[in-house]
Design a protein around this ligand. Sequence first.
Ligand code: DNO
Length: 359
Amino acid sequence: MKMTFRWFGSQDDSVTLSQIRQIPGVSGVVAMMADIPVGEVWPKERIAALRKEVNGAGLELEVIESVNIHDDIKTGAPGRDRYIENYKTTIRNLGAYGIKVICYNFMPVFDWTRSDLALPLSDGSTALAYEQSKVDQIDPQRIAETIAQGSQGYSLPGWEPERMARLKELFASYREVSEDKLAANLKYFLERIIPVCEESGVKMAIHPDDPPWGIFGLPRIVRHAQDLDRLLGLVDSPYNGITLCSGCMGASPDNDIPAIIRRFGKRIHFAHVRNIKITGPGNFHESSHLSCDGSLDLFAIMKAYYDVGFEGYIRPDHGRMIWGESARPGYGLYDRALGIAYLNGLWEAIGKMAKPAAL
Ligand code: DNO
């Protein structure tokens, strides 16, 4: 596996490349370009400059999270072909600068959703949380405001203000989009871009829906193992793969993450590994990465990755806010660095137990 760390760029992150470089075992960063409007081409010069900056800090840039998908592609609107052509150009441009994996999602309107971005935990830290009854009370048209209030002034991935300003229109555009229609639109998209991925050496890795159940009456198609089966069958190429987010899919107790890893291992190109504490049906909060702090067994998860011979990219995911750090919710330095130390420890122990050294 290759351990990475998500980084939002020098203009938009409280964490610096030199800090990331000092986390033991990290080979590279996972980056994005939040200022490029969804649907537009990522220019080569920008990618080259980003790569130079990251490489200059002694880190690799091989994963992008995310190149977001324009809603016209998801709804199958007439404008979709133009955005698909742009996406193909972006894939070619990224491939030309050594990008190996693009993480993306196919969630209508909203990317990840939470009811609280700073829930106090008993140890004095804060974490992101989701409580269904609270979400049910939020007017979907106003959720962007609720989310922005807890964002500490940082931009939040997937919550682009220009899209949030058009929520009413966006909701209307999904009115006729059933889950089957959404899956058909994903197939249409993948059929056109995967050949370009194959030529460019760039693998697509879809992120599951977060949380992995329907919200606000919008269709959802990446929630559980059956969905992953369907997704991989839409275009049967290794370039059509998965970002397996343990904390996201694991929020549904029906999703057995180690079993999912064993089943889909070869098509998982990017692993997000984090823990969550399920507190009731439809309710959870994020926790430290440690197994004993959450509902997921991180040893079993890492063991499954080891057993399938995982050689892809991995990163810790959302951390708690600890030690007085002020950062983008979920994306501070400290708790994610602790998460990496723990994941590396598990990996080393699993490897050494699998192949004990001769005494
Ligand atoms: C939030 C992230 C998501 C994720 C996208 C992938 O913290 O997990 O925004 O990056 O859904 O496209």
